[in-house]
Design a protein around this ligand. Structure first.
Ligand code: DAH
Length: 350
């Protein structure tokens, strides 16, 4: 083997032994670099004659091209090997089962609120929602509960910024302020008809939502839910309230075996007022009277604050506790379970 062939061979061998691109570049320098062996051979031609230079130069060039080809081939081989490694490292096993996110579902109280809306919706009631931060006017005064009224003491709540010094804004203690808010909107919408002496469509609405009081034990939570109901028209009576509420309870609890009792009570915004109790005739809760709502005929002062003439319009209202209805429906005895956020409890309702 001549000198040039063995040069090509030793370059090819050294390239093959280079395990990384950096090694390979070092190996290349030994042959093709500024003072590499091929370059040295070129320099060594200085003393040769023109004829000799021609043939020697051509031979060196052939060797140089062979070395460059070997280099390129090795570079490609190293890049291929690296790509293979990377592909292997990033390989996805598509046969692995995916991680489940879980289905999620509605909170039991949300299920109850949906049920309430569905049932009253089918009886022609609209659904209204209002602010949880309320003014003193809507929460108390407009509901016939002026500043010095003793009933306010049962509604101790959380006061927030806004309002006036003597009547600061507050977290609403009940959904009853929605009676006024909704009725005022309704009256505004039908103002022209009213002014023209025409009949106003009846107000029939429920208003579910969160409410707040300074109260906390197994059956009271500082945040709880209420659902207000209001029915105002020219020809509505207590009988209508009894009929719809009885219908509601029987549908909600899926039991015809359920009786209602209207027990005289007091609320500043209704006169007369009644607590609504229910009694199951069969099943685990049979026998005892269970309080589910407050109700009554809307007080004339409240009708006036709705913008209506109490001589012409009469209203009936009720306010129930969806949390309590949920406890009764599912047999839960501690209200706090609803708000602890324990997935083991909540997932039982899916
Ligand atoms: N707002 C009352 C409460 O939280 C409940 C209530 C009683 C609502 C009578 C009414 C009603 O609409 O007519 O204690």
């Amino acid at each position: 083997m001549n000198e040039l062939d063995s040069l090509v061979e030793s370059a090819t061998q050294l390239f093959a032994q280079s395990a990384t691109p950096a090694d390979l570049e070092n190996a290349k320098a030994q042959f093709l670099g500024k003072s590499g062996r091929v370059t040295e051979l070129m320099k060594g031609m200085a003393q040769l004659s023109v004829e000799e230079k021609k043939s020697r130069g051509a031979a060196i060039n052939v060797a140089k091209q062979a070395i460059e080809a070997a280099l390129t081939a090795r570079r490609q081989a190293l890049a291929d090997a690296e790509l293979q490694l990377q592909l292997k490292a990033e390989a996805l096993d598509v046969s692995l089962p995916g991680r489940q996110r879980g289905q999620g579902g509605l909170h039991p109280v949300s299920l109850t609120l949906e049920r309430i809306q569905g049932i009253f919706g089918s009886m022609g009631f609209d659904v209204a929602e209002g602010p949880e931060i309320e003014t003193d006017w809507f929460n108390f005064t407009a509901l016939n509960t002026p500043e010095d009224h003793p009933a306010r003491s049962m509604h101790d709540t959380f006061y927030v910024e806004g309002g006036t010094a003597t009547a600061p804004n507050l977290l609403r203690t009940h959904t009853s302020p929605m009676q006024i808010r909704h009725a005022v909107q309704h009256v505004k919408k039908h103002r022209a008809a009213l002014d023209a002496g025409q009949a106003m469509p009846e107000i029939r609405v429920i208003a579910p939502g969160r409410t707040y009081r300074v109260d906390s034990d197994a059956t009271h939570s500082p945040m709880f839910h209420q659902c207000e109901g209001l029915w105002v028209g020219e020809n509505v009576s207590f009988k209508d309230l009894k009929v719809i509420f009885t219908d509601f309870c029987r549908t909600f609890f899926e039991s015809e075996d359920l009786v209602l009792r209207f027990r005289p009570s007091f609320f500043p915004f209704t006169e007369p007022s009644a607590e609504i109790d229910i009694q199951f005739q069969t099943g685990p809760l049979a026998g005892s009277w269970l309080e589910v709502a407050g109700s009554g005929q809307v007080h004339p002062n409240v009708v006036r604050n709705m913008g209506l003439d109490p001589e012409k319009y009469i209203g009936f209202a009720f306010g129930m506790g969806p949390d309590r209805l949920t406890m009764l429906r599912y047999g839960v005895n501690d209200l706090r379970l609803f708000f602890d956020g324990d997935i083991r409890f909540l997932s039982q309702f899916q």
